[in-house]
Design a protein around this ligand. Structure first.
Ligand code: F6R
Length: 609
């Protein structure tokens, strides 16, 4: 969603801000703007649409200066037009904001009654007026921001610049991430690490309630209670190159290709080679409760929810624990039953998804024990829970999740094995076979990626379809859901995932020669059943794209196309089965010429409800 960059130093600020914003483009946005102190006044340039519009305007009328703020906006309140783009200016104050001001209507009425005039439809402008009002009352910028945020409810990461104190930026955080980058003779603020990573690797991740004063040479943090605090900087170890396309046409394609390596990173150090055992030191605080656990509730959204659905089969099968998988947006409002013998697991790539955060907080409030499977260090999710099992997918830039999903599946399987070990529910042979097949994944993934060109040709045949149906059974039912989601979000072709066994109960009515049906049919114990569904589709004239093992001759006979997936053990198979579907969706979207990495209306990190 929205992105923030702030800079104070000696460099040409416009370049730092535009470069930083370009590194946040993947989050999704629909307008952008920057504001810079030019030595006499704060000048602002904003533009609808993609960053190149802003960049062009800036080049036409460059602003020289070395302190400023920038923003990419993903519209929530008010259309994505220039007058709603950030930075917002009120009197001498300019401000950028991520998050939502929930009580903006009441505040706006109050401010209008005082004679203040609004220029935009946004909730953010309320905050700019509040800061300007506090400045007019004589408060310095830091206190003005603290007092202003004291009036609002909701979530915010803000960075403020004021023409009356043009040597400083003030930033504040509440329920929306904000990181401070420490330089020498320069300092940075950003909503996300990649925006400033080329300038510094020393970062302070702010806590909720923090307000910060940034000058060229100082960073002063004030905690919620008004006391000055020191926060220890963290060194960011990942390489900025990891966030570049490295010759691939799209980030999504690069990220599909990286999956073998990222799975290795996720498994590294967590499998004891000699004993074929799993060790998860980061979950040590939860170890004691495992024997008395009575159930697991997984909370997530979108692709992460699909990962949870796959995890349900593995945890149920290996650790013999009942698992519920809930859409976080539903869970948070349904007064769920929780207790201290329930482990709530939030799954989230970004660690900032508003619904998942609220759901895990609700589970905690109701007495459940909590953990997260998360990809982003120091994200809000990891702070909200007792323990974190990190996926090591590295930065995922493509909006459509790929490597985050397969690393989530790998982490969930490690978790299932660990729980099963502690509970004594896994036969040694099954544990060994599962671990061995996890280790074999990179080689198998490499082999599958060799089929990319073939899959593209199949995609070409179906690129004009108006709709597609995806079917799967057992732990491949979530694969069907995920395949459908990938296709619809990047190609804009309607697609639906269904449990193959449910087809007869409704969707079969849709089947004709116009509706391609993707059947996920790897070699597993449900293959025969899945084959029956495949034949039911064929019998009604449907065209079938099967995802399965080419050595199953029936597949070749009955399907129009087979996207090859090698065979492996039951719990590992979904990690492989999804890969041809990622490539299939990618090929169709690319052939249709959509914006693959930033599909319309979507944001990478959904920080609003
Ligand atoms: C789809 C996709 C989304 C996310 C969802 C949750 O490709 O990426 O459905 O999975 O928005 O995001 P996280 O995992 O960051 O909580």
């Amino acid at each position: 969603m929205c992105g923030i960059v702030g800079y104070v130093g000696e460099l040409a600020c416009g370049e730092v801000l535009l470069d930083g914003l370009s590194r946040l483009e993947y989050r999704g946005y629909d307008s952008a703007g920057i504001a810079i102190w030019d030595g006499e006044s704060i000048r602002r340039v904003r533009a609808e649409g993609k960053l190149f519009n802003l960049d062009r305007r800036f080049r036409e009328n460059p602003i020289e200066g070395s302190i400023g703020i920038g923003h990419t906006r993903w519209a929530t309140h008010g259309a994505p037009v220039e007058r709603n783009a950030h930075p917002h200016r009120v009197d001498d104050v300019v401000l950028v904001h991520n998050g939502i001001i929930e009580n903006h209507t009441a505040l706006r009425q109050e401010l209008e009654a005082e004679g203040r005039v609004f220029e935009s439809d946004t909730d953010t402008e309320v905050l700019a007026h509040l800061v300007a009002r506090e400045r007019a009352a004589g408060h310095d910028l830091l206190h003005a921001v603290r007092r202003a945020t004291g009036h609002v409810r909701g979530s915010w990461a803000v960075v403020v610049l004021d023409a009356h104190s043009p040597d400083e930026l003030v930033a504040a955080r509440h329920a929306s991430p904000l990181v401070i980058g420490l330089g020498s003779g320069e300092n940075f603020a950003a909503s996300d690490v990649p925006a400033i990573l080329r300038h510094t690797r020393r970062m302070i991740f702010l806590e909720d309630g923090d307000t910060v004063r940034l000058t060229r040479t100082a960073v002063e943090i004030t905690a919620e209670d008004g006391s000055r605090v020191e926060r220890t900087p963290k060194a960011i170890t990942w390489d900025p190159v990891a966030a570049e396309k490295q010759g691939y046409k799209h980030f999504m394609l690069k990220e599909i290709h990286e999956q073998g390596d990222r799975i290795v990173d996720t498994l590294r150090g967590r499998i004891l080679l000699d004993e074929d055992e799993v060790t998860l030191p980061s979950l040590a605080t939860l170890e004691g409760i495992v024997p008395s656990l009575r159930r697991i509730v997984i909370l997530a959204c979108g692709t992460s929810w699909h990962a949870g659905l796959v995890g349900r089969y593995a945890i149920g099968g290996l650790a013999r624990l009942p698992v519920e998988v809930e859409l976080a947006s539903e869970f948070r409002y349904r007064n769920p039953v929780m207790d201290g013998e329930t482990l709530a697991i939030a799954i989230s790539q970004s660690g900032e998804t508003a619904d998942t955060l609220a759901a895990i907080e609700e589970a905690k409030r109701l007495g459940a024990r909590t953990m997260t499977i998360c990809n982003v260090m120091e994200s809000s999710m990891t702070r909200a829970v007792e323990a974190t099992l990190y996926t090591h997918a590295g930065p995922e830039i493509g909006v459509a999740s790929t490597k985050a999903y397969t690393t989530q599946l790998s982490a969930l399987l490690l978790l299932a094995l660990w729980l099963g070990q502690l509970r004594g529910t896994i036969p040694a042979a099954e544990r060994q076979a599962t671990i061995r097949s996890l280790r074999a994944l990179p080689r198998q993934i490499e082999e599958m990626l060799g089929d990319e060109a073939l899959i593209r040709e199949v995609g070409r045949e179906y690129m004009h379809a108006r709709s597609m149906l995806f079917l799967g059974r057992g732990n491949e039912f979530p694969t069907a859901l995920e395949g459908a989601l990938k296709l619809k979000e990047i190609s804009y072709i309607h697609a639906e995932g269904y449990a193959a066994g449910e087809m007869k109960h409704g969707p079969i009515a849709l089947i004709d020669e116009e509706l391609p049906v993707v059947v996920v049919a790897p070699r597993n114990r449900l293959l025969e059943k899945t084959m029956s569904n495949l034949e039911e589709v064929r019998a009604r004239g449907g065209r079938v794209i099967a995802v399965g093992d080419r050595s199953v001759s029936e597949l070749e006979r009955h399907a129009d196309h087979v996207l090859h997936v090698p065979s492996t053990t039951e719990w590992v198979q979904p990690i492989l089965s999804v890969i041809p579907l990622q490539l299939f969706a990618y090929a169709i979207a690319d052939l249709r010429g959509t914006d693959v990495d930033q599909p319309r209306n979507l944001a990478k990190s959904v920080t609003v409800e």
